[in-house]
Ligand binder design. Structure first.
Ligand SMILES: CC(C)(COP(=O)(O)OP(=O)(O)OC[C@H]1O[C@@H](n2cnc3c(N)ncnc32)[C@H](O)[C@@H]1OP(=O)(O)O)[C@@H](O)C(=O)NCCC(=O)NCCS
Length: 329
């Protein structure tokens, strides 16, 4: 078996739905205003899926671009992982639906559930498969359609979320490049701070669960904020130390795009200047598992990384979970 190969990103793609929902659009729906949303979150607008678009459709568009950028055919894919908490259906998995749409007949396919940390969890999973020689490549996608589980009468949450998908193709890269370290973690005890209660085996869908609005995201914003600030710092420090690097080695910081204030607190702790940080929360809001890959892919498209740069990704989310990774581009 081909052991411990270097694994990195060999193709990238992204997709956001066409429709844009601005802060002033939201002012017409709930008691809020642009000033509040921008000053508390940094968000100005978000993209919202059309009624006919489901998560696999967003993932499909991003996947086509990633395949093209890698110069690969779908038939060559060996593994597909989709990080999502808004799958098309409970089963079949969104990854299986995508496998069929792409015609990726040789690929194993599964979904991974770790909320906003899902993309980094999926990168770690796919990297391990490729490192050990079990597969030679993988399509890893973060895709979510949070608008489908957002209560647009609740101003505490409806201003925060958007839809999108980011895709990467992983494969073998020259020694010294690619993923250097991962730091994944969970604090299940905090699970009730951010959740969607109904529709599972604990509380199946019923007229009552619909009336009680239990098919929408519930969030304790203040507690999640504290958790986020804490783990963004600790996970970053741990993943750097696992890679034998320090914060001065970071060339590009790609944080989960939930709230500009959370990103700024990480920048302060790590002494990072603005030019080393990717921020697009203003245009996409929090797209859950799609957030980090959308930021990473956009930065790649803008030419912000050059060969050999140290890229640090870090995210947090429901579970509660976190995930961080150091990648040499
Ligand atoms: C949600 C969040 C933006 C709220 O910001 P905040 O500064 O903590 O605001 P607070 O919760 O203290 O609320 C302040 C006031 O604004 C109000 N408010 C909430 N949403 C509002 C909105 N959209 N427009 C206007 N006012 C709003 C609240 O009702 C509250 O009013 P009150 O004091 O009269 O009760 C912030 O807590 C946050 O970003 N948390 C983390 C969320 C996150 O990252 N989630 C995703 C995890 S992956």
């Amino acid at each position: 078996m081909n052991q411990l190969r270097s694994v990195g990103i060999i193709g990238t793609g992204k997709y956001v739905p066409e429709k844009i929902l601005t802060n002033s659009d939201l002012e017409k729906i709930v008691e809020t205003n642009d000033e509040w949303i921008v000053s508390r979150t940094g968000i100005r607008e978000r993209h919202i899926a059309a009624p006919h678009e489901a998560t696999s459709d967003l993932a499909y568009e991003a996947a086509l671009k990633a395949l093209e950028s890698a110069g690969m055919k779908a038939e060559d894919l060996e593994l597909i992982i989709i990080a999502t908490i808004t799958p098309d259906t409970s089963f079949p998995s969104t990854a299986c639906i995508l496998q069929d749409k792409l015609g990726a007949k040789s690929a194993a396919a599964f979904d991974l559930s770790a909320a906003c940390s899902g993309f980094v969890y999926s990168l770690a999973t796919a990297t391990s498969f490729i490192k050990t020689g079990m597969y030679n490549n993988a399509l890893v996608i973060g895709a979510d359609t949070l608008s489908r589980i957002t209560d647009y009468t609740d101003r505490n949450t409806c201003v925060l979320f958007g839809d999108g998908a980011g895709a990467v193709i992983l494969g073998e890269v020259p020694e010294g490049r690619g993923f250097q370290s991962f730091d994944l973690g969970a604090e299940g005890a905090g699970g009730t701070l951010l959740k969607l209660e109904a529709g599972g085996s604990r509380l199946p869908a019923s007229a009552q669960t619909i009336e009680d609005k239990k098919h929408f995201i519930y969030m304790n914003g203040r507690e999640v904020f504290k958790f986020a600030v804490r783990v963004m710092g600790t996970a970053t420090e741990r993943v750097l130390s696992k890679a034998g690097l320090g914060k001065e080695n970071i060339d590009l910081f790609v944080p989960h795009q939930a709230n500009i204030r959370i990103i700024q607190s990480a920048m302060q702790r790590l002494d990072l200047p603005e030019e080393k940080v990717v921020v697009n929360v203003d245009r996409y809001a929090n797209t859950s598992a799609a957030s980090i890959p959308l930021a990473l892919v956009e930065a790649a498209e803008e030419g912000r990384m050059k060969e050999g740069d140290t890229v640090l990704m870090v995210g947090f989310g429901g579970g509660l979970t976190w995930g961080a990774s150091v990648l040499i581009w």
